[in-house]
Design a protein around this ligand. Structure first.
Ligand code: AHR
Length: 502
C-alpha cells in the first residue's frame, strides 16, 4: 500500500531568505570535542598547530558558517585569560560545569586560527556566571580592538597583530538553569546582560548580541523568563536564544518523529513573546531568534564523568541511529520553515560530544547518520524558503495529534536557479507518493534525488562499520511540465534537486 500527498509552491510566494547561519554548530570544552576532536597533536593528520586535518575536512564539507564557542555550561566558569599567551604558562583549572581538568592548551586565539581553517565564523560566548561586565568588555577589547590599549596590545604581544573581529556574541549560557555556575533569576540576568551588552558595544559598536532565553521549553520559568529578560535588555540585544534537545528514550518512534512539531511551537511561542515585548515598548525593532543549541540527545541528564578532574574524558558520545537522522531532518525542515524568524541555529554539538562527527583520539574518524541531513541541508538549502501548500495524510501519536506523514520544505536558490525539496516520510511502513506542483517555475530538470533510507530504523555507523547509514542517489522522481511526481520510501529523508531550465 502507498499513501499519497500533494504540495504546491509558487516562486512568488516566499517565507524568507535563508540566513546561512541556520547551518551553524557548536564546539564546547566538553568531553573530547576540543581535545581529541579538533585538536589532537599526536594524530597522524595533525598540522603543526595540532589540528586534525581529517576533522577539518569533514567539517568543511558541511559548510558550517558559524560555530558557537567555548560553551555551553563551560563558559559560566571560564576565565578567558587562562587560555591566551604562551601555552607553557597557562594554568590547569578545575572545571566545575563538567568536573574535569581544563588544560587551557586551546583558547581564544587557537580557536580563531582553527575557525579560519574550517572556513567558519566564531560565535563567542562570555561568562555571565562567575564573571561579568569587566571580563566581557576586556575580551571584546582583546579580540576586536585593533591596537593601542591594554588588552588589544596583549593580543598583539601574543602573536595576533590583526584583531579577530568576532561579530556575534552570546551574553552567557542557560542562565536560568540551576545546574549553571552562577545561575540567576530573570531580573538578575536581564540587568546584568543589559549592562554587559552596553559595555561590550561601547568597545565595539559593530557586534551583534544574543541574550539567553530559557534552557528549554520545559523550564518552569519558560515564557516569563523570556518576557522579563527582553523587557530589561530590548534595546541592547539583537537575538534571543532557544535551546531544544529531543530523544526517543521512551522507544516510541512515531512520537519521536513528531517532536519537530514541538520545536515549531517552541519557535512560534518565543517569536510571539518577542513581539509582545516589542508591542509593549512601541519599538520598531524586531528581535530575531538564535536556536543556538538543538539536536537529538539520548544521554541527556546522565551525570558528569564518574571520576572527577580527568582531562577531556569521553562524555555524551551518543551513537545516532537512522531514525535519529530522520528526526534531525525534520528539525532542519522546521528551522527552514521558520526562516523569517530563526536567523541562527547551531546543532549541538559538532564533534565527539552529541555530534555528527566522531573520532578516536589518535585514530580514525567516522560520520554518524545525522551528518547526512546536515550535509544536504547546508549544501543545498541556500536561497529563499517558499510558502508551501501541503496536503498530507496525518496520524495521532502519544503527545501529538494530526501529525502530517510528510514533513517538507522547498528552497529556491536564485543564484544557481536550483529548486530543492527536502522531505521526510514519517510513515514507518508505507511508501508515499508525492506530487508537487511547481508550474510557476516553468521548465525544470531533475539533477538528483538523494535518499537516506534503511531497513533497520536502529541502524548506526560505527568505527568498524562506518557506512551502514549513508545516502544514495537514485530516488524515484519524474518531472513533467512543472509537475513533479516522486516516491518517498517509508521512514526516509529525501533531497530532490531540480534545475530551472527556462
Ligand atoms: O550541549 C551540551 C550542554 O547542553 C551545554 O553545555 C548546555 O548549554 C546545555 O545544557
Amino acid at each position: 500500500m502507498t499513501i499519497r500527498a500533494n504540495m504546491l509552491v509558487d516562486k512568488h510566494f516566499t517565507v524568507s531568505a535563508v540566513d546561512p547561519r541556520v547551518y551553524g554548530s557548536f564546539i564546547e570544552h566538553l568531553g573530547r570535542a576540543v581535545y581529541g576532536g579538533i585538536y589532537d597533536p599526536g594524530h597522524p593528520t595533525a598540522d603543526a598547530s595540532g589540528f586534525r586535518q581529517d576533522a577539518l575536512e569533514a567539517i568543511r564539507a558541511l559548510q558550517v558558517p558559524i560555530i558557537r564557542y567555548p560553551g555551553g555550561n563551560f563558559v559560566s566558569g571560564y576565565n578567558w585569560e587562562d587560555g591566551v599567551g604562551p601555552k607553557s604558562e597557562r594554568p590547569r583549572s578545575l572545571e566545575l560545569a563538567w568536573w574535569t581538568t581544563e588544560t587551557n592548551q586551546i583558547g581564544t586565539n587557537e580557536f580563531a586560527d582553527w575557525a579560519k581553517l574550517a572556513g567558519t565564523e566564531v560565535m563567542m560566548a562570555v561568562n555571565l556566571g562567575t564573571r561579568g561586565i569587566d571580563a566581557a568588555r576586556n575580551l571584546v577589547e582583546y579580540c576586536n580592538h585593533p591596537s593601542g590599549s591594554r588588552w588589544s596590545d596583549l593580543r598583539i604581544a601574543h602573536g595576533y597583530r590583526e584583531p579577530h573581529r568576532f561579530k556575534t556574541w552570546c551574553l552567557g549560557n542557560e542562565m536560568d538553569g540551576p545546574w549553571q555556575i552562577g545561575a540567576k533569576t530573570a531580573v538578575e540576568y536581564g540587568r546584568l546582560a543589559n549592562e554587559t551588552a552596553k559595555a561590550m558595544r561601547w568597545v565595539d559598536p559593530t557586534i551583534e548580541l544574543v541574550a539567553c532565553g530559557s534552557s528549554s521549553r520545559g523550564m518552569p520559568t519558560f515564557a516569563d523568563w523570556e518576557a522579563t529578560v527582553l523587557d530589561l535588555t530590548y534595546d541592547q540585544v539583537d537575538y534571543l536564544s532557544l535551546h531544544a534537545y529531543y530523544n526517543n528514550n521512551e522507544g516510541d518512534t512515531a512520537n519521536f518523529l513528531a517532536r519537530s512539531l514541538d520545536l515549531d511551537q517552541f519557535i512560534q511561542s518565543v517569536a510571539a513573546i518577542c513581539d509582545y515585548v516589542q508591542a509593549k515598548k512601541r519599538s520598531k525593532k524586531k528581535i530575531m531568534l538564535s536556536l543556538d543549541e538543538w539536536n537529538v540527545w539520548n544521554s541527556i541528564g546522565s551525570s558528569r564523568a564518574d571520576e572527577r578532574w580527568q582531562i577531556a574524558p569521553p562524555e555524551f558520545e551518543d551513537v545516532y541511529t537512522h531514525e535519529d537522522a530522520l528526526a534531525v531532518g525534520c528539525f532542519l525542515i522546521t528551522i527552514l520553515k521558520n526562516a523569517d524568524r530563526v536567523k541562527m541555529a547551531c546543532i549541538a554539538q559538532l564533534i565527539n560530544t552529541i555530534a555528527p562527527i566522531m573520532t578516536e583520539t589518535g585514530g580514525p574518524l567516522w560520520l554518524q547518520s545525522t551528518y547526512y541531513p546536515l550535509l544536504h541541508a547546508s549544501n543545498y538549502g541556500r536561497g529563499t524558503v517558499l510558502l508551501a501548500n501541503v496536503d498530507s495524510p496525518k496520524y495521532d501519536a502519544k503527545d501529538y495529534t494530526d501529525v502530517p506523514y510528510l514533513e517538507s520544505v522547498c528552497v529556491f536558490d536564485e543564484a544557481t536557479e536550483q529548486l530543492t525539496i527536502f522531505a521526510v516520510n514519517r510513515h514507518l511502513e508505507e511508501t508515499m507518493t508525492l506530487d508537487v506542483d511547481v508550474r510557476s517555475f516553468g521548465s525544470l530538470r531533475l539533477i538528483e534525488h538523494l535518499v537516506l533510507a534503511n531497513d533497520d530504523l536502529k541502524a548506526v555507523n560505527t568505527k568498524e562499520t562506518p557506512n551502514r547509514v549513508v545516502p544514495a542517489s537514485g530516488g524515484q522522481t519524474a518531472v513533467d511540465q512543472g509537475r513533479i511526481s516522486t516516491r518517498l520510501s517509508r521512514a526516509s529523508w529525501n533531497v530532490i534537486r531540480l534545475q530551472v531550465t527556462k
